[in-house]
Write a protein that binds this ligand. Sequence first.
Ligand code: C2G
Length: 130
Amino acid sequence: MKRVITYGTFDVLHYGHINLLKRAKELGDYLIVGLSSDEFNLIKNKKSFYSYEERKNLLESIRYVDLIIPENNWEQKPSDIQEYKADIFVMGDDWKGKFDYLKKYCEVIYLPRTPEVSSTQTKEYLSTTF
Ligand code: C2G
């Protein structure tokens, strides 16, 4: 049983997120998602459109996702990896190199981002259309 872990805000869920989650799951058998809390989003200077609970509900409907845990700070990844026995840590390559320090706990893989789509772009489109 190979366990994969990834983190993110996953606001205004779109196919870029789905592509990431799909590929992350394909690297193993069980996918854990560290979902950024609303408070941690503020630390990341991100104001999400959907609340943590709404973003969690959306993620729970995705077949690739096996477990969702809250991401409350930058420091929790090493203990999460050990607590949840993750074998692989995955992030989109906009984070390339930023999490290499986790290589002492597990394999670290950066996957190519899906171009042309972002929550910000979706929100901007929706705000001008409706
Ligand atoms: N992503 C992607 N393609 C996109 C948009 C996002 O592959 N077009 C990936 C990102 O690279 C990330 C994941 O989807 O791996 C979630 O994206 P965000 O919600 O924007 O995550 P972020 O705010 O970067 O949070 O501790 C890590 C942080 O919580 C990462």
